[in-house]
Design a protein around this ligand. Sequence first.
Ligand code: UDP
Length: 339
Amino acid sequence: MKKTVLVSGGAGFIGSHVTVELTNAGYDVVIADNFSNCDMTNYKGVCQILGKELPLIKMDFCDAAATDKLFTDYKIDAVIHFAAFKAVGESVAEPIKYYKNNLDSFLNVLEAARTHGGCNVLFSSSATVYGETDVLPVTEQSPRQPATSPYGNTKQMCEDILRDTVKAFPQIKGIALRYFNPIGAHPSALIGELPNGVPNNLVPFITQTAIGKRECLSIFGNDYPTPDGTCQRDYIDIVDLAKAHVCAVTRMIDGKMDESYEIFNVGTGRPVSVLELVNAFEKVNGLKLNYKFTPRRPGDVTAIWADPTRANEVLGWKAERTVEETLAAAWAWEKAIAK
Ligand code: UDP
């Protein structure tokens, strides 16, 4: 019997790539999204890649009755919860909006999972929970630092909510995946990142500068205590990241978990500086990028990268694509959506 995975926020950047990989791995996927921060582009791309229409429910997970109905209409074996607001700066300006949306939606998912006899729940967390740390790379045991934004705090709070929920209700199992910096696009160039307005993230800003939508990339700070003075991050290819979800879902559905709540870092284990990333982008795509150094961006940590050993050994997952391949895919996607 095919198992069914509900993907909340399945029309977004990460959700769409995860949907493709889950389907390729033999799962039935139900996508639910309120389209508050995306349009139909990625959903249509997913269907084109897979050569079939997938069930799509337009709904808001803050609506408890609608969430419950979803669990009535489908026999859901696992849910992957992406549906959340994700702009750090906006979360500082609009904390109530962020707490309400990100917590309510997750609580409704857990409530529905509980009342419908239990479920496997995968929560989309972030390396942001580690904050600034001197001990690198970070393992899952590295201490979490107090969150520096309401967005980051919702990630920590949802992790804790999931941990406490599985403790109280044994019919619910949980995994939190802590993503480092997801970048790139599907090699088909049919799905990818679609930032709203001026991108906050580095790679969409690079590709938009390269295509002429932005005049110049600002590299925030070249006086950090790193080899070239720019910040270091662990950039993880979006398709590699998506595959980690398939491994995690399968581990839950097959009843292979060692504990009822598990955490995994999803990263490459390889630090890359902003300047290295820019240089790699120029080299692999054969172009010159207009960039300048500007002051540090408030809130940025100097360096963070993953120790992915636990995901490698326990999930049997490993990042495979090189940063060059990923940056080529990001550029192909930018060109595809410019058409
Ligand atoms: N960055 C930059 N210019 C930009 C956007 C980002 O120099 O226009 C840098 C940022 O300072 C950080 C890295 O790129 O060191 C990754 O930033 P991003 O916002 O993509 O992810 P974060 O690590 O903040 O989650």
